[in-house]
Each structure stands twice: as C-alpha cells, then as structure tokens.
Design a protein around this ligand. Structure first.
Ligand code: SAM
Length: 271
C-alpha cells in the first residue's frame, strides 16, 4: 500500500489493509466466468488487484486524482480501467457500453458517507447487475439486511428488498483499516432476485414506502394521511393485521399489496 498518500477524510478514505479480508470479499463475490467487476473507490488498489485476478474486466471509479499516477502505473496494460470522477455524477450504462461481458458485478469497499446514494444510483441506473458485494458501516449493514419488526427496518430496506436478496456476510474490525476509522464495518451482499414481484405502479410504490416510514414513531395510518385509507384498511384486514400497525412491521409483500390496491382504485376512478 502507498503509505505516502495523504488520506482525505472528506472522501471517506480508510484503506483496507488485511489480506484475509480482501481475499474473503472476492471469494464471497464468487464471480462467474466473463464478468465485468465494477469498483467504486479503488483507493490504493488493494481490492482492485484481487478483482483483477478473477474478473475478466475491472472498471474502477475514483474521485481522488492524487491517486491517478500510482494506480495507472500499477495497472498499466492490464484488464483494469479507471474513470477519474465522482461515481454519483456518472451515467453507468454509458460507461459500460463498450464492455461485452456476460455478467456485471459490483465489488467494493465504498466511501461510507455516500452509501445510500451509491445504492440508489446503482438501482436506478437500470443496469442489470447480478450481485453487489460491498463493505459498509456495520450499523448500515444491519439496517439494509433488517427483517420486519426490527428497529433497523426502514424504507431503504424495503426499497432494496424489492430488487435484491440482502445478506450480511461478515463483520470487519476497524483495526483492518489505515487510517483506523471510528466505526466497525461489515460486508453485505445484494443478490438480484430471479423473480421480482413487480408493483403495478412503481412510482406510487416507491413514494408509498418513503411516506410510510416518514415518522418512525407514528402509525401507518398517521403517516399515510394523504392516501385513501379505506383501501389500505381493506388490505390490512384481509391479512389480519392491526389497523394501528407501524410500517416497520410490514413486509415487502404487504407494501406491494397496498400499492396495487391503491393503483386499482385510481384506475377505476379514471375510467
Ligand atoms: N477500496 C479501497 C480499499 O479498500 O482500500 C479504498 C476504500 S475507501 C473506504 C473509499 C474510496 O472511495 C477512496 O479511495 C475515496 O477517494 C473514494 N471515493 C470517495 N468518494 C468517491 C466518489 N464520489 N466517487 C468515486 N470514488 C470516491
């Protein structure tokens, strides 16, 4: 690792410095033949080197151009390409247009300060990504992999659950990083669902989950004042659910049922 590097807190720079963990991340990603691995934030290139060995191609986005000379030199004439830009400003489908690989995976130790925007960006890009294996802050890993009824379960959990099966894989101590951060980390995997149960109106569905969790201490009814409560009530009763229930108790299927019922009602109205 390049210890002469001037670490930048504002870019969330905590470089992974543990061979075992690096190997474990790549092992868990378990990339099939002919895979393009996308990495967000290669840093000094420790994970990049591991990805390079197993992926057919690697595309890494790095915002810190101070790393440019050493990384370009390290991976000269290899299957690794860099884009020197803020990942959040990129058009992923444009960036990968020239790659012909069968599979696309995201494998990265990402900058934690933009974990949710990164995940939203990936999902909203519409690019067919089979699996995402990323290191995140431990508390965030718990939120993303939370089950209904747990205090960590929130709208981002439901949103990601719509597309992916999410698992926390293993915890990583803060001692494995340079410089040492104030939090522990965990590696999670998001595996694209083979069969997504689609909501009839996805725009309505995404707005509904956001609104349902707006005030965590409020009941679903109180958070969803602007929706047709009679329709929602019917769905809850059909499922024997308490009418004073909170959003954190509801699984993905119930949210889709509610959204679809509201959509059917709207369709009827507009006939
Ligand atoms: N992958 C390296 C490792 O495991 O050692 C570095 C991980 S470090 C937690 C996060 C990296 O993301 C840093 O290199 C940082 O400069 C980069 N980064 C931060 N914000 C970024 C952004 N918006 N777009 C692309 N890279 C970014």
């Amino acid at each position: 690792m390049d210890y002469h590097h001037h670490f930048k807190k504002r870019f969330g720079q905590n470089f992974l410095n543990d061979e075992n963990i690096l190997n474990k991340i790549v092992e868990k990603a378990n990339m099939p033949k002919d895979t393009l691995a996308i990495e967000i934030g290669p840093g000094a290139g420790a994970l990049t080197s591991k990805l390079q060995e197993v992926a057919t191609n690697v595309l890494a986005y790095e915002i810190d151009t101070e790393l440019r000379d050493s990384l370009e030199e390290k991976f000269k004439n290899t299957n690794v390409q860099f884009i020197w830009d803020d990942f959040l400003n990129r058009n992923i489908s444009e960036d990968i247009k020239s790659y012909q690989n069968k599979n696309i995976y995201v494998v990265a130790n990402i900058p934690y300060y933009i974990t949710t925007p990164i995940l939203e960006k990936i999902v909203e890009s519409g690019v067919d990504i089979t699996k995402i294996v990323i290191m995140v802050q431990k508390e965030v890993a718990e939120r993303l992999s939370a089950k209904p009824g747990s205090k960590d379960y929130g709208s981002i959990t439901v949103f990601l659950n719509y597309f992916y099966d999410i698992d926390e894989l293993f915890v990583v101590s803060r001692n494995c990083f340079v410089p040492k951060p104030n939090v522990d980390s965990a590696v999670i995997s998001l595996e694209k669902k083979k069969l997504v149960r689609k909501a009839k109106n996805e725009k309505l569905f995404f707005a509904l989950i956001r609104d349902s969790f707006q005030y965590r201490r409020k009941t679903l009814h109180n958070n969803l004042k602007k929706y047709d409560w009679n329709t929602i009530e019917k769905v809850l009763l059909e499922r024997d659910l308490d009418l004073n229930i909170r959003a954190e108790m509801l699984n993905l299927d119930v949210f889709i049922d509610i959204s679809d019922a509201l959509e059917s009602k709207n369709e009827k109205k507009s006939i």
